[in-house]
Ligand binder design. Structure first.
Ligand SMILES: Cc1cc2nc3c(=O)[nH]c(=O)nc-3n(C[C@H](O)[C@H](O)[C@H](O)COP(=O)(O)O)c2cc1C
Length: 257
C-alpha cells in the first residue's frame, strides 16, 4: 500500500512504480477513522522547504498504520538537506518511526527560484529511473535505512540562503495575482489539494488560510495567468508537470469537490 501527495506529478510518478494503485493523501484525508493494514506501507511526497509537507505530516499523525515495514520516499529538486533524519526524529516523537526513508532528486518545480525550462535541461543528469529502481529493490528487500544528512552542508546552506532571499517577500499576502490571460477554466480549483481556490465571476480567488503553497494552481494554469504577486519569477512563461503524468491524474489526486 502506497500513499502519495503531488503538486506536479513527480511523486505520483514514483508512487506508481512502487504500487499499481497508489492512494492520494488529499483524498484519503476526507475519510474518517483512517486505519491501514498491509505488509508494507509507504508514503511518497515532495520536499517543501527542507521538510515533508505539513499536509503529509497531518495525514501521518492522524492515521493508524499497521505494517511490518513502514517507509517514506521524498522527491526533491536540488538539496534534501538531511530531511530523512529530521523526519525520522519527528516520526519517533509521535511514536511512528519508519523502517526506511530515502530521497530521489527530480525536476525542481520551485518556480519561484528556478526557471522550469532550464530545469528540463538538467533532468537527464538526475538519473531518476535508476534511483527509483534502486529504491524499489530496497523496499522489496525490506532494507532498514534512514538516509544520512549530507556530510558537506556548504551547498545546502547556499541554496537555503538563496531560497530565503527570493521567497522572503513571497510570504507577503496575497501570494498570487491573476492576469488578464485567465480564461476562467477552473483548472486551478481542481488541482488544489486543500480546496482553497474558488471561481468568483469566472476569476480564481485563493483562500490563503488553507493554502499549502504547493504551487499546483500556478503550474497547471493552461494560460499561465496565475503568477506570484510580489516576487519576480525567473521565468513566468515556463511551467512544469512531470512528462509521464496527465493533468487529469493530478486533478483526480487533489480535487476537493
Ligand atoms: C514550496 C516548495 C518548496 C520546495 N522546497 C524544496 C527544497 O527545500 N529542496 C529541494 O531540493 N526542492 C524543493 N522543492 C522542489 C520539489 O520538492 C520537487 O520538485 C518535487 O519533486 C516536486 O514533487 P511533485 O511534482 O510531486 O509535487 C520545493 C518545491 C516547492 C513547490
Amino acid at each position: 500500500m502506497v500513499f502519495y501527495f503531488t503538486a506536479t506529478g513527480n511523486s505520483l510518478y514514483v508512487a506508481k512504480q512502487l504500487d499499481e494503485a497508489p492512494l492520494s493523501i488529499p483524498q484519503e484525508m476526507n475519510k474518517e477513522n483512517r486505519r491501514y493494514k498491509d505488509d508494507r506501507i509507504g508514503i511518497v511526497c515532495p520536499l517543501f522547504e527542507f521538510e515533508v509537507p505539513s499536509l503529509v505530516k497531518e495525514f501521518i499523525a492522524n492515521s493508524e498504520f499497521e505494517a511490518d515495514y513502514f517507509y517514506l520516499v521524498v522527491t526533491y529538486g536540488m538539496h534534501h538537506g538531511g530531511v530523512a533524519q529530521r523526519t525520522q526524529a519527528w516520526l519517533e516523537s509521535i511514536g511512528k518511526p519508519a523502517d526506511y526513508i530515502n530521497t530521489i532528486i527530480m525536476h525542481d518545480n520551485a518556480l519561484i527560484v528556478f526557471d522550469m525550462d532550464q530545469q528540463r535541461t538538467v533532468e537527464a543528469e538526475k538519473r531518476v529511473d535508476e534511483h527509483i529502481a534502486a529504491i524499489k529493490g530496497d523496499i522489496a528487500a525490506k532494507k532498514a535505512m534512514i538516509q544520512p544528512a549530507p556530510a558537506d552542508e556548504t551547498d545546502f546552506y547556499q541554496h537555503f540562503i538563496e531560497w530565503i532571499r527570493r521567497t522572503g517577500p513571497m510570504y507577503a499576502f496575497p501570494l498570487y495575482r491573476v492576469t488578464e490571460g485567465c480564461v476562467g477554466c477552473g483548472t486551478c480549483t481542481r488541482v488544489c489539494p486543500r480546496g482553497c481556490v474558488r471561481l468568483e465571476n469566472g476569476r480564481p480567488i485563493h483562500d490563503y488560510t488553507r493554502c499549502a503553497n504547493c504551487m499546483a494552481c500556478i503550474q497547471a494554469c493552461p494560460t499561465k495567468a496565475i503568477q506570484f504577486a510580489t516576487v519576480k519569477e525567473p521565468n513566468p512563461n515556463a511551467r512544469y508537470r512531470n512528462p509521464h503524468i496527465a493533468l487529469k491524474e493530478i486533478i483526480a489526486a487533489n480535487w476537493q469537490r
